[in-house]
Design a binder for this molecule. Structure first.
Ligand SMILES: Cc1cc2nc3c(=O)[nH]c(=O)nc-3n(C[C@H](O)[C@H](O)[C@H](O)COP(=O)(O)OP(=O)(O)OC[C@H]3O[C@@H](n4cnc5c(N)ncnc54)[C@H](O)[C@@H]3O)c2cc1C
Length: 604
């Protein structure tokens, strides 16, 4: 596919006009020529109230034409207030990329179309995104819609702002509409968006202090992605901040964020689970304070923002019980200082295993890293930054986020294949050194790299911030798990007969999926109903993430700071729409004409 030399703004406007005409007439014969055979339509709530991708010209045309787009969208036009149409290269393909706006039945929409030329030079859609921006009549309370503050500024004898805040956060005489479990960035992003839509939201987290989820991590931690990618909604990091944010700085920001955005946040509060009352349309859940006090509450929605990694996964390692030293899962490791001069075996070569091995080594421990399976290694700079090039191209953050959301799975996979290949070339010297000491490398399924490892299994890669160099230089010894014949009282005996002595064994063996957490918190039947969480489903979207799940009132949000910034908005819009009665539940959707999309014809 190539893009002819033409006036791209006019071409985008013309495509949108033809698209609107074809949609209005529901005429497949008009729609079909607007799309390439290998095209994709991603709808994020705007026309179907779902987050889903349809691939292949036939499926796209059918989905758009057979009533899925019954929201009668209109007013499609290049948005003059956003980044103008531009020539771009996405997934190795040159395209015209245009951000547009439109009106859907339930609110204002925004979208992105990428046009490429066919053999005859006619521009057709390769990818199309339609996304809901705002519910009609329910704009976020920002900018001109902001609260006036009159409620507490004009009555000199009445409660002031602080009194209002304390009352709002105490929940003495009411239940929250939404309970967000987990006050990391996922929970904060969701709560901030929900709050701006006027939904009464409480965050609970078991850590005693906001930001402890970062504060308690290893001493030297800085974020892996650059600052411009990682902003939270509404409150970007100051431009003075360093490129890689240190953990304690981020933790402190979380405290400011909660204060500034007036989020209701109960630290030191464990969510102990609950049950859904179908008739009342509410949960009955239990919260446990650090002092042992228990409190029942009845939110309409529970948002699990507990991280992709819920419950530690500790594999059954025969003979490990014979080891007489200390054994701990990586989640319990905090600081290497206590292990100075001691010997440690770290089992697992993902990010946690490498980071802990490096922390121990730099604390003066003698470290052996044990590799269980091939691992993807990427230098944190520049290679791990390659996927974020868009955020350096110049468009404002919210345009970058929309453009990111406009990338269907098949295109994202191709993008990441190219990025992985490029990173492999850049990192070749390190990778060859690692192979020389016996490190087993891999590049992800189909060569799609670390991002897809993250999105499908939540790990299996390491961003090298120095540990790979220590391994390659022999400063950290590498042993393959298969070489270990058995564990013995003072370490691990290899098949060669050598005993690798150890005082400490760290199991950096990963985490159980969120299904296990759902089962623990809500029981088997809810877990069965919800099914797998995270990883891609047949509709080419992350399973149960950011959207309605088969369990009414149960939602999930997780992922990178960028992902949570982008999708918290859509999650909040859905909850708001349910509360307003705009978004019908389950079966009522079909009754309103929002039929299921046909299965993808060209899924990746
Ligand atoms: C070294 C390192 C660098 C990273 N760099 C980046 C980066 O640059 N950019 C990026 O996007 N991501 C980065 N990440 C990955 C990821 O963003 C983080 O792991 C992040 O912590 C995930 O945020 P979260 O809010 O989803 O979950 P978490 O931070 O895990 O927060 C979940 C919270 O839920 C609470 N919780 C869980 N269960 C309960 C319960 N039952 N009751 C009450 N509270 C509960 C926990 O206490 C916790 O505070 C990095 C990770 C590491 C380790």
């Amino acid at each position: 596919m190539t893009t002819p030399q033409i006036d791209i703004a006019a071409a985008a406007a013309q495509w949108l006009a033809q698209f609107e005409k074809a949609l209005a007439s529901s005429d497949e014969a008009l729609l079909r020529p607007l799309f390439h055979a290998d095209s994709h339509w991603r709808d994020v709530l705007a026309l179907t109230w779902r987050i889903r991708t349809v691939s292949g010209q036939d499926a796209v045309v059918r989905a758009l034409g057979d009533g899925i787009a019954r929201g009668a969208p209109s007013g499609f036009a290049v948005d003059p207030e956003r980044t103008p149409p531009q020539r771009v290269t996405r997934a190795g393909v040159e395209a015209v990329e245009a951000i547009f706006r439109f009106e859907a039945v339930d609110g204002r929409g925004a979208g992105v179309v990428r046009l490429t030329g066919d053999d005859g030079g006619t521009l057709k859609a390769w990818t199309l995104l339609t996304a809901l921006e705002e519910l009609r009549g329910h704009a976020e309370k920002i900018g001109r819609q902001r609260a006036t503050g009159e409620a507490y500024a004009r009555d000199f004898r009445g409660p002031n702002w602080l009194d209002h805040r304390k009352a709002a956060a105490s929940y003495v005489d009411r239940d929250p509409t939404v309970l967000v479990v987990g006050g990391g960035h996922a929970g904060l992003s969701a709560a901030a968006r929900l709050g701006q839509l006027g939904l009464d939201t409480l965050i609970v987290d078991r850590w005693p202090r906001i930001g402890d989820n970062w504060r308690q991590r290893y001493h030297a931690l800085t974020l892996h992605n650059q600052v411009q990618v990682n902003h939270l909604p509404y409150m970007p990091f100051p431009p003075t901040w360093p490129t890689y944010i240190p953990k304690d700085k981020l933790a402190g920001w979380f405290e400011h964020y909660v204060e500034s955005l007036e989020l209701n946040y109960w630290p030191a509060t464990e969510f102990a689970g609950g049950a859904y009352d179908e008739r009342a349309g509410r949960w009955r859940v239990t919260l446990a304070g650090a002092d042992g006090a228990r409190r029942e509450t009845a939110p309409r929605h529970v948002v699990l923002a507990t991280g992709v990694s819920g419950i530690p996964y500790i594999p059954d390692i025969p003979t490990l019980g014979e080891f007489r030293g200390t054994v701990m899962h990586s989640s319990r490791y905090d600081d290497g200082a206590a292990w100075e001069g001691k010997r440690a075996l770290v089992i697992g070569t993902g990010n946690s295993g490498h980071d802990i091995a490096q922390d121990l080594q730099s604390s003066g421990a003698h470290v052996t890293l044990v590799q269980r399976s091939p691992t993807l290694i990427v230098n944190v700079e520049p290679s791990a930054q390659l996927p974020y090039a868009l955020y350096d191209e110049g468009p404002p953050l919210e345009d970058c986020d929309l453009i990111t959301a406009a990338t269907p799975l098949a295109v994202a996979r191709q993008t990441h294949r190219l990025i992985t290949e490029r990173a492999r070339q850049i990192d070749r010297p390190l990778l060859e050194r690692l192979e020389r000491v016996g490190f087993r490398l891999d590049y992800g399924e189909d060569g799609t790299g670390w991002q897809f490892k993250y999105l499908t299994r939540g790990g299996g890669y390491y961003f090298n911030v120095g540990c790979s160099d220590l391994v390659a230089d022999g400063k950290i010894r590498l042993v393959q798990f298969g070489e270990i014949e058995r564990f013995v009282a003072d370490g691990a005996r290899l098949s060669s007969g050598e005993v690798v002595a150890a005082d400490l064994i760290v199991l950096a063996t990963g985490w159980k999926g969120q299904e296990a957490l759902v089962r623990q918190l809500f029981g088997d039947s809810v877990a069965r109903r919800v099914g797998p969480v995270w990883g891609f489903g047949p509709d080419q979207e992350l399973r149960n993430m950011f959207r309605r799940t088969p369990q009414p009132g149960l939602w999930f949000i997780a992922g990178s700071l960028a992902q949570c910034r982008i999708y918290s908005k859509y999650l909040a819009l859905q909850i708001k729409a349910i509360e307003l009665g705009v978004l019908p539940r389950g079966q009522e959707l079909a009754a309103r004409g929002y039929a299921e999309a046909p299965a993808s014809a060209a899924g990746d």
